[in-house]
Structures are given as C-alpha cells and as structure tokens.
Design a binder for this molecule. Structure first.
Ligand code: MCN
Length: 792
C-alpha cells in the first residue's frame, strides 16, 4: 500500500484518546517501583563527593557489619569477576588521524573517581533505610586532584584518563574546508557569532529505577528497568560487560514515566544490580532519588561554538564555517560520540541553500556527569547556532528576520546538502507563510507600541528548524563512521477471533504508541482500534528492537509493522481465496473485507482469521495454519520534519524579567496518525525548549567541580504558568520513502523553540544596545546585560 492510500484510510489523521491513559490516570500503571518481588532487597550506591580524586583505600568493614546488610561491593569485586566497563556504542572515526579515545568506564570506581556522583560502592540490605544507614559507614580515603568542568579549559587541565593526557577524545569534521575558505575570501559580508549551548539535566518525571533478579534453577537473569530500549540495553550488557549469552538475560522496561533520551543508555547501576542478584541470590531493587538523578543521569547539550556566515551583497548565503567544543563529561556515555557529530554537524545546513558548509568538532573529557542525547540530541544545538546566526545576519544587513530566511530557503527537493544529508521533501516557505499568518506578524508593530507604552520592551524572534528523525538508516550511519545502523522490528499476531496483538521494538514512555500503533493496524485491517493491543518493552515477548529516541518510532517502528501487515494481507488473501474458491490473484482487500474481483463474493477479516486457526478442508500443502508475521525495517533515509516558530516576548528592563507573550509553531510532520497526540508532543517539546531558553541551566563550581544546581531549588524547571497558550498548526509534505508518509514529531518543539525565544529577547533589547546573549535569559542575566550595555 502506498503512503497516499494509507493517509486516506479511516482512523488515520483522527484524534483518538490515548488508550493507555485510563491506566495512567487511575493509578493502574506499573512502573518499576510498583513491582515487588519475593526475596527482595534494596541497594544504595555510595557516590564520590569529589570531582576528581584518587581512591587510596575503601573500608567497608563497618558497613558490612551494620544491621540488615546483605553485602557491600566495590570496584575490586567487579574486577575480580571480570566485568568489563561500560561500552560506548558509537565509534567515531577521528578526522585528525588519531583514533577516538575510549577510556575505561568502570561500573564501580577502579582507583579513581572522575565526577561528583561517580559510583564507588554498592550496599545491599534488607530495607532501604538499612542500606542508606550502612552506606554512611563506607569509609573512602580520597586524594583529591585538580578538576575541570568547563570544556574550554579541558586541554590545559589535569588528565582524567591515562588514555587521554590532554583530555581530548576526538576531532571530527565534515564539509569542504578549502571551498569554504575560498567562499569567505570573496564574501561581501561576514557575520560572526560566539555562543554557548547551556548544559541541561533531563529530569524525567519518573527517576531511573531497576530491579536485578536471578533464577538459580535456570541460570536466567531478569532486569526490570526504567529504560527506553530494553533490547539494546541487554545487548550492551551481555556482549560488552558481563560476557553472558544474550538469551540468559531478559530485560523488561514496564511503564516508564518519561525519558527524553536519558534512559537509552546502559548505566552502571543496571549492571551492578543484575550481577549482584546472582552473587547474593536476592532480587535487588534500586530507585534513584531526585538528587542522585541530578548527579548521575546523563546530561544534555554543553557546547561552546564559534560560527561565521559568508554572504553576497544581497544577503545570499555563500558558506558557513563552524567550530564547536563539545563537553562529553567524565566518561563516554553510550551514544555520546554520535551527538555532537552525525546528529549535530550534519544538520547545520538547516533549511538553506548554503552551497558550502564546514564544521569541525573537538570533543573533550571534563570532571562532570557524562553528557549524551537529551530531547533533540545534537539537533537543538545545531538549530540554536544556525538560527541565532541567521537572525544576526538579518540584523547586520538591516533586513527582516523573515526576509533573510526567504532569500535563502531551499525550494526544490530532493536537496543534497554539503554535509551528507539529502532532504527528500519539504515546503519551508509554506511553513513560514502559515506561521506568520497564525502569529499575526502584521499586528506586531501595534503590539510593540502598546508594550512600550507600559514602559516595557517587546521583541519578535524567528526560528526555521529542520531535523533528521527516524534514526538511523544503516547505509547513512555506516557511511558517517558509526558502528551500526538502526532498524526496527514489528510482529503482528492475529488471533482466531480477529483481534490483534502487535509486538514492537519501539518503546512508549509517554508518546502514546499503544494508541497510534493500534490506529495504524486497525486502519490497515479494517478493524476497531480497541481490537488491537500493543506490547513493547520486554525482550522476552518482543522478537527484537532498537527502542525509542530520535523520533523514530512511527516512521521506523510503524513502518516495520506495515511490512508485517503486508505479509499478513498476502497470506490472508490466500485464505480468503480458499474460502471463496477463487484464485489468489482475484482477491481484493479493503475496509476489513475480502472480495473477488467482478463478483459479489466476500468474506470478512474475522472469518479469515478464524479459518487460519480452525482450518477446514485446508490446502495444507500450500498454506500453513496461523496468521502471525514478523518484519524488520531499515529505513533508506532519515525523515526531515521542519517548521517555522515565531515567538514574541515582553521584557521588563527594570527587573530583567522575560515573559513569553505569544508562541506560534507550524510544523511539517508529513502524514499525521493522531493530531491530538502530535499536538501534545509539540506542546511538551516547546515547553522544554523554552525551559532551556529562559530557565534551565546546569552549573558546576569551576573550582571544586561540585554541582551547584543539584535540586529543583536551584535548577529551574518550567511550569504551566510560565507560558501563554501556544498557536500550533501543521502543513504536510509526506515523507517519500516510508510506507506511512510520516515524519517524527517527538523532538521538534525542543529543537525549534530556543532560538525563537532568544532572537525575540535580542530583538527586544537591541534598542538598549544589547547584541550578545547566552541562554538562559534569566532576569539576572537580562538585567546585567542591559546594565553592561548602558555602561558602554
Ligand atoms: N505521530 C503521529 N504522526 C506523525 C508523527 C508521530 O501520530 N506524523 C505520533 C506517533 O505515533 C507517536 C508520537 O506521535 O505516538 C511520537 O512519535 P515520534 O515522533 O515517532 O517519536 P517517538 O515515538 O519515537 O518518541 C521519541 C521522542 C523523543 S526522541 C523524545 S526525547 C521524547 C519524545 O518523543 N521523549 C518523551 N516525547 C516524549 N514524550 C513524553 N511524554 N515523554 C518522553 O520521555
């Protein structure tokens, strides 16, 4: 079935309320902490209080003797059992001739700790309270070493790892440097920008959680874990760390309360719990506390960049040159090396016909929590840099933020960018035109006058983003130096009564897959949405899976299900042909009915399903009983959602307070399965993006390496009353290469919104002389920038 036929099926493009919400809203969900196993004990991790220190000795005698303690484990125990460190799942080929440095990442400290929160010991006791009390008794003798937290200081600081004396991990470049230099030499105008992309803490509603379990009789392990990709977790844990055959480990990710990327990694705690379950013959639960999450979840962003745009006299882009220093934190997290490279640098062409782009990335180790993918993963960093630079080009040339974009928009597809990606389809001008109307840009001047009459300032900011979703076609990932590409798997099991269970390798942790995937299946088979159940998150039930991140689930996981449905349809037609005594080639299927061309013969999908399991005069030589198919789908390209966001802010120069007054988003997600769910995804993303722009900032003390923003008292999360109602709409240019025509929507809001907000703040502050600004636009920073401009 082609994508355009699919888009016209009933149940596609329909607002169906989320099937899973009944369970969530009535307290019937089952999160990891809701699972209570017999023989369950509790674990607490002793974490480093220092950013960088040598571990001279660990005394666990008192802890071991404390009431209720079952055992205490340290680095020498895991080393003794020959457990390896955590692997980095994505190897980047350095472009400076030196291989990427992949220093050991031990699951419990071996001789050194490298960030505040690094794992030193695991205490297991009968109760959580006993484990906590005993953890206090673990006595560690540290020799404190100098630490570094800023990426720009990494090169000149004490080495974290023997393998990297200068703290450098890799250099990676993309684009034609010589051609870019030539273009700059002939440019009529060059706009330059230095900017920082602030570090963020993910803060999913449910903190990480895990239970390790071991069945002595069968030698099988089970890990219950709040995770976004249980099969990948199992693969990394068995093949790289524990050296176990994969089938001996079952990973179950039950209901998961958000992840935003932070739960796609193999964390030390997960391995420790699984390993210790066998050592102690106990089921061991660990629930991360919020303060631990601040310290030990993988953080996001943290780039320092310099960017330059070369233009001709008409403001047409000739070349873009970017250098970025990326902070990786103390160790390479699972996908850390992919984020500032293939997910960032390849997106820097944006929506523009810039003929030449050259991007160079240096990645560094520092004494901070590991940094990895956080909603958008590289693409918010790219969009923030490019869209800030583009608005600055407009201001320097004295033209509108809309005009500079319109002069440079790509207007013909497919479009080959100079940084590897080929965009299949889009309508960037169409998005902007619709956004400008919805935002009532024509009324901005009047609103600005009204704001100024109140003694405040008003600004408008544009951002036209593009992102690459549907991660990651193996042909492109491989060509860019990645270890592997990422497909998805789907199994469709039709039961005798015609109801269906779908087993998907995607994982829903807030995205509503149990509804939208059911919509896809119901639409194809012409059955009720309620007749379809979706199972995910269990390596024991789902054949295989790559999980959910990079807004890949509907376009890759959904496409795998479509492939399985193609096979179901082919087989079901044979069964229908048998029932109607017709030839297979004459059977047609639509709206849940099989018909024979040119006759009035018909049988329903339900009759066919029953016949598959209750065969009667069945041609067993030609047909197997059953109606159950599995398919794997490896996309041929990314999907490229794009849109224009327009933000209006009011700034009070007396206090520095910024208020978002209007926010408009027009996105192109291709075919949409469920507009209500998509709108919810866009809302959530915008809120996170505005959170980064105005409030959130993860700060380490530069002298001690202590996390200064380690709680919600000093790390400001956005709240509902920080926002106006958003104006949201879509256009649709269906993706040309997946069978649904969909493009991902799960990260767009977080990618497109930060530059729209900061461009609006700058637009408001230009008359006061403020031209530079780094996120977040907190009252203190805004007020200070205004005072500094005044002093000039
Ligand atoms: N959808 C649709 N039509 C489209 C595109 C998507 O109806 N054209 C639907 C999908 O069927 C799915 C939802 O929208 O129900 C999101 O789909 P998709 O864009 O494929 O993204 P994923 O399901 O792969 O989700 C991942 C994405 C990412 S990368 C982050 S980070 C993120 C996000 O989703 N984390 C979230 N949204 C989140 N939402 C919640 N509540 N919690 C998180 O942790």
């Amino acid at each position: 079935m082609g994508a355009s036929d699919f888009a016209n099926l009933p149940n596609i493009g329909v607002d169906i309320r989320r099937k899973e919400d009944y369970r969530f809203l009535t307290g019937a969900g089952q999160y990891t902490d809701d699972i209570v196993l017999a023989n369950q004990a509790h674990a607490v991790f002793v974490r480093s209080p220092h950013a960088h220190a040598r571990v001279k000795a660990i005394d666990i005698a008192a802890a071991k003797a404390a009431p209720g303690v079952i055992d205490v484990f340290v680095g020498s125990d895991v080393a003794g059992d020959k457990l390896n460190g955590l692997p980095c799942g994505w190897l980047i080929t350095s472009t400076n001739g030196e291989p990427m440095k992949e220093p050991p990442h031990p699951i419990l400290a071996q001789g050194k700790v490298r960030y505040v929160g690094d794992h030193v010991a695991m205490v297991i006791a009968e109760t959580l309270e006993q484990a906590k009390d005993a953890a206090e008794l673990v006595n560690v003798d540290y020799e404190v070493l100098p630490s570094v937290v800023k990426v720009t200081d990494a090169a000149s600081s004490e080495a974290l790892h023997e393998a990297s004396p200068d703290n450098h991990c890799f250099k990676w470049a993309i684009g034609d440097k010589v051609a870019v230099d030539v273009a700059f030499a002939s440019a009529a105008h060059v706009t330059k920008l230095d900017l920082v992309n602030n570090r963020l803490v993910p803060n999913a509603m449910e903190p990480r959680a895990a239970i390790g379990s071991y069945q002595r009789g069968t030698g099988e392990y089970t890990l219950y874990v709040s995770n976004q990709n249980p099969h990948v977790e199992r693969l990394l844990m068995t093949a790289f760390v524990m050296g176990l055959p994969e089938h001996k480990v079952r990973v179950i990710a039950p209901d998961v309360g958000g992840g935003f990327g932070s739960k796609i990694y193999l964390y030390a705690e997960d391995v420790c719990l699984t390993w210790a379950a066998k050592k102690t013959n106990r089921n061991i639960k660990w629930i991360c506390e919020r303060s631990e999450a601040f310290l030990s979840d993988a953080h996001g962003r943290d780039h320092v960049s310099h960017a330059e745009m070369a233009m001709d006299s008409q403001g047409k882009f000739l070349a873009l040159r970017v250098h970025t220093d990326a902070n990786l934190g103390a160790y390479l997290s699972t996908f850390a090396s992919a984020v500032p490279t293939i997910l960032y640098a390849t997106l820097l062409a944006g929506q523009y016909k810039t003929p030449q782009v050259y991007v160079e990335v240096d990645a560094w180790f520092t004494n901070t929590a590991p940094v990895d993918a956080y909603r958008g993963a590289g693409r918010p960093e790219a969009t923030y840099l490019l869209e800030r630079l583009v608005s600055r080009c407009a201001w320097e040339l004295g033209i509108g933020q809309d005009e500079i974009r319109k002069r440079n928009f790509i207007d013909a597809w497919p479009y080959q960018t100079p940084v590897a990606l080929q965009y299949d389809v889009g309508d960037y001008l169409g998005c902007m035109t619709k956004a400008e109307k919805l935002a009532d840009v024509a009324g901005f001047a009047a609103r600005r006058a009204a704001t100024e009459a109140k003694g405040l300032r008003r600004g408008i900011g544009y951002s036209s983003y593009i992102e690459a979703c549907g991660i990651a076609p193996s042909n492109i990932a491989g060509a860019l130096g990645a270890r592997a590409g990422l497909f998805e798997c789907g199994e469709v099991r039709v039961h005798p009564t015609g109801s269906v269970t779908v087993f998907t390798g995607s994982h829903s942790h807030g995205q509503g897959h149990e509804t939208t995937f059911a919509q896809v299946v119901a639409a194809r088979l012409g059955i009720e949405v309620d007749a379809v159940d979706v199972v995910h998150g269990d390596t024991g039930r789902v054949p295989f899976g790559m999980g959910t991140y990079g807004s890949r689930s509907i376009s890759v996981g959904g496409a795998a299900i479509m492939k399985a449905l193609d096979k179901i349809e082919t087989k079901a037609k044979k069964i229908a042909a048998h029932l109607m005594e017709a030839s297979d080639a004459d059977v047609e299927f639509a709206n849940g009915e099989f018909t024979v061309k040119g006759t009035d013969k018909k049988v329903t999908f339900g009759q066919v399903a029953l016949t598959a399991y209750v065969p009667h005069n069945y041609p067993l030589d030609k047909l197997e009983p059953g109606l159950n198919e599995t398919a794997f789908y490896d996309p041929t390209n990314f999907t490229f959602p794009a849109g224009t966001y327009i933000c209006e802010v009011e700034v009070d120069p007396a206090t520095g307070v910024v208020r978002v007054d209007r926010f408009t988003a027009v996105d192109d997600f291709g075919t949409i399965i469920n507009p209500m769910i998509v709108e919810g995804q866009v809302h959530g993303g915008i809120v996170q993006g505005i959170g980064q722009a105005l409030l959130e900032n993860c700060v380490y003390d530069p002298d001690t390496g202590q996390l200064l923003t380690g709680s919600f008292m000093d790390y400001a999360m956005p709240r509902a009353d920080d926002f106006p109602n958003f104006h949201i709409d879509t256009i649709s240019t269906p993706c040309t290469h997946n069978p649904l025509g969909t493009k991902g929507c799960g990260e767009a809001g977080a990618i497109g919104s930060p530059p729209a907000v900061i461009n609006a703040v700058l637009d408001a502050l230009h008359p006061l002389g403020v031209t530079e600004f780094d996120m977040p636009a907190s009252p203190n920073r805004v007020w200070t920038a205004i005072q500094a401009a005044k002093a000039h």
